[in-house]
Design a protein around this ligand. Sequence first.
Ligand code: SF4
Length: 200
Amino acid sequence: LRWIRTVSPGIKLRTDNDGACLFVTDEGCSVYNDRPTACRYYPVGHMAIREAGATEDEARYFLVKEDHCKGHEEDREISVTDYRKEQQVEQYDQINREWMQLILKKKSAGPSIGRPSDTSLQFFFMCCYDMDRFRRFVLSDSFKASYDMDDAFYSTVEKEDLALMSFGIRLLKQILFGDETIAVKPGAEEKRLKERREIS
Ligand code: SF4
């Protein structure tokens, strides 16, 4: 993975010097069962559009025709609905929608919010892309001392990646944008600030 520092933080899969994916082999995709959403959709392109006055986004799909995609030569017709089912994209779309809401929050805040600090970017990276580290963080004593979560929550995020990813997006919305949906233990913030003052 390569960490890209542009206007909005993001990562992209590394490629070889010719621009080819590092997971492609003579036998095909070596991570087929875990391939990313874009690979599942291809050669179907998709975008979300919100009409003026609407409160919900609407998905739009289109066919991408490129010479290297030999699938177009096959004699097979399939609807977008059936193709999405076949490619099992729904759970990927769900988490991507939550993630896009987070990114749109940053974009819609405009320049007033300023450039995120390095610490915020690192935190964003951990919550979105480094699930092993984020899981250790959520299960740590310091997290438990700060947030008021029950045992069922900890046992779910310990085992379930999707629940952990979803929680990461919620936590980012709270910490970066003040969307308070996670209960903080009384006095936790003051305690943390006091500890920081003692260290510095
Ligand atoms: S399907 Fe995606 S992850 Fe797999 S080899 Fe192709 S580009 Fe790479």
